[in-house]
Write a protein that binds this ligand. Structure first.
Ligand code: NAD
Length: 289
């Protein structure tokens, strides 16, 4: 039996946001700049609307300017490109985030790669992805950035040399997560939908990062005793009484007594993601001359 520590992402994010607010005060005093984040939402996906509202609220609470731009579902790719270019030129905007997913008629890669890489606080632009992959300073995607911060905080110097398995190979989470773990000198394996015998692979993992999108998929019995588990998944499930509930990709209850530490859902990775977005926007403003 191992005592399983719950990694409190909510409290960690609160500390990070307070730190960002202090940096904002410093940037205002030293550079006479108020960091500004522009969030572009196309269409009216309810989940995206909630994310955008939360981002705007927390941006303002950190003392930064928030520019919200809501465009209709019928916005064309050309119109969205014009908006992005406008924000690229705007000196009050230091960070640009285009909320994904975009409507099907718009090519996401085209839009992301039109964002000025120096304002790409989501870290999705191919230049930032390339910089991260080659170990250069870059904007790091917010979700994996939050995950690596929590891992460093939990494991400290023990992180170096550990076996890490990242489940999921998306550009948003899985791939940048693997790059960050590699940078910390972990031995990294990326598992995905075609991986054979995931349970056997996880038995070798000191660190498991699950970013799949399948409710409660990873079972405690698959883990190595003492593994540290980061659950990125956000899945809404319907309970027998008809109520809904958010769960992760990891069956948390079955990991208790096996994992040495685990992030809860909600209250783990989620709150860290927005805090890291504020951190990246602050970093961008701080780089302005
Ligand atoms: P995605 O759909 O782009 O990628 C999912 C990955 O899972 C794919 O690479 C696929 O190969 C892999 N996969 C699918 N089935 C598998 C299986 N049976 N075994 C192993 N791998 C399998 O998803 P994403 O954008 O990376 O997001 C993953 C999850 O993380 C989702 O639940 C999403 O909601 C959540 N998420 C949370 C945050 C946050 O802030 N907490 C941010 C981004 C994504």
């Amino acid at each position: 039996m191992t005592d399983t520590m719950i990694i409190d992402g909510k409290a960690f994010a609160e500390r990070l946001r307070a730190e960002v607010a202090r940096k904002v005060v410093k940037i205002k005093a030293e550079k006479n700049i108020t960091p500004g984040l522009a969030v572009v939402l196309v269409g009216s996906d309810p989940a995206s609307e909630v994310y955008v509202r939360n981002k705007a609220k927390q941006t303002k609470e950190a003392g930064m300017n928030s520019f919200e731009c809501t465009l209709s579902e019928s916005t064309t790719e050309a119109e969205l490109l014009i908006k992005v270019q406008e924000l690229n030129r705007d000196p009050l905007v230091h960070g640009i985030l285009v909320q994904l997913p975009l409507p099907k008629h718009i090519n996401e890669d085209t839009i992301i790669n039109a964002i000025d890489p120096n304002k790409d606080v989501d870290g999705f632009h191919v230049i930032n992805a390339g910089r991260l992959a080659t170990g250069q300073d870059s904007f790091v995607p917010c979700t994996p950035l939050g995950c690596i911060m929590m891992l460093k905080d939990t494991l400290g110097t023990r992180l170096s040399g550990m076996n890490a398995v990242v489940i999921g190979r998306s550009n948003i989470v899985g791939k940048p997560m693997a790059a960050l773990l590699l940078k910390e000198s972990c031995t990294v394996t990326i598992a995905h939908s075609r991986t054979k015998d995931l349970p056997a692979l996880l038995k070798t993992a000191d660190i498991v990062v699950a970013a799949v999108g399948k409710p409660n998929m990873v079972k405690g019995e698959w883990l190595k005793q003492g593994a540290v588990v980061i659950d990125v998944g956000i899945n809404r499930i319907t309970l027998p009484d008809g109520k809904t509930k958010l769960v992760g990709d990891v069956d948390t209850a079955s990991c208790m007594g096996i994992a040495s530490a685990i992030t809860p859902v909600p209250g783990g990775v989620g709150p860290m993601t927005i805090a890291c977005l504020l951190e990246n926007t602050c970093k961008s403003a701080g780089l302005q001359t």
